[in-house]
Ligand binder design. Sequence first.
Ligand SMILES: [Zn+2]
Length: 104
Amino acid sequence: MKNLENWFEAADADHIQKERRKAKEIRKSQWWKNRRASNKCYYCEQSFPAKELTMDHLIPLARGGFTTKSNLVPSCKSCNIQKNYLLPLEWAEYMQQLRNKGIG
Ligand SMILES: [Zn+2]
């Protein structure tokens, strides 16, 4: 599991802006293309066409996450939406449910 303590760090607008810019660059990189070519959503572990996978920050920027390779994962749209509207704790529970179902 991730280090959940980090999720509760506050982030300022400057931080978010700066990290978003970095994400935009990384999205064009060969590294990301390779990452996405796995055709697999990091969260639900189901297969999707690469173009349907979005770049997601494991620890959201708004919670102090950084745009580093270890914090970036391919995510399908439905997981991405879920993650955006769930609280970090609820999201952790959602992840746990997926794992318990034994998907992947
Ligand atoms: Zn997914």
